[in-house]
Design a protein. Structure first.
Lengths: 112, 112
């Protein structure tokens, strides 16, 4: 059974720092991996989607990498800003209907 | 551009009551999903509909039923609410597995 883990559960860094969020999964047979952002009391916003055949995706200050063999993905945020404060979740697509198995998220606080 | 709309946003029920959570998307997406999110945990899939006319169980279907009314609408019904069903419920949709899922803002449900 696929399990997804995100460590740490919470992270607080000063504004301007570059940072890395981690996601690990137990079964390398995945269809894709997605990173989402969740603001308090809101739904989830998709940030990046990496297909199983890809190694990384970039969008603005965000870069996500995927290493299926080691069961790991990282989300790199460059030059962090207070507006980046949110909970970041990763989710793994596990079948042809693209059911997602989710990590519990990393709560990120960027201090001004 | 509304995206995914969920109603109601908040609801308090008594144990044993029934209710239906509504979800509608205006993006012409084929697939729709219902998740629940509990504190400290990742999202868990309740039911999904890969296409109009089909529904399938997810990870935690017990106590719930769904209806894919048409391509736009996917409802979730609690027949006899239990305190363990207190949670935040999210509806999501996607045009296909290679595209990200789009989420509604959630329904916060409390069962007393």
């Amino acid at each position: 059974k696929q399990e997804v883990t995100q460590i740490p559960a919470a992270l607080s860094v000063p504004e301007g720092e570059n940072l890395v969020l981690n996601c690990s999964f137990t079964d390398s047979a995945i269809y894709n991996l997605q990173w989402f952002r969740q603001d308090p009391g809101k739904g989830l916003t998709s940030l990046l989607l990496i297909q199983s055949s890809q190694r990384e995706q970039t969008s603005g200050r965000l870069n996500a990498s995927l290493d299926k063999s080691s069961g790991r993905s990282t989300l790199y945020i460059a030059a962090s800003q207070p507006g980046d404060s949110a909970t970041y979740l990763c989710a793994v697509g596990v079948d042809s209907n693209y059911q997602l198995i989710w990590g519990a998220g990393t709560k990120l606080i960027i201090k001004p | 551009n509304a995206g995914v709309t969920q109603t109601p946003k908040f609801q308090v029920l008594k144990t044993g009551q029934s209710m239906t959570l509504q979800c509608a998307q205006d993006m012409n997406h084929n697939s729709m999903y219902w998740y629940r999110q509990d504190p400290g945990m990742g999202l868990r899939l309740i039911y999904y509909s890969a296409s109009e006319g089909t529904t399938d169980k997810g990870e935690v279907p017990n106590g719930y039923n769904v209806s894919r009314l048409n391509k736009r609408e996917f409802s979730l019904r609690l027949e006899s609410a239990a305190p363990s069903q207190t949670s935040v419920y999210f509806c999501a949709s996607t045009s296909g597995g290679r595209r990200p899922q789009h989420f509604g803002d959630g329904t916060r449900l409390s069962i007393l």
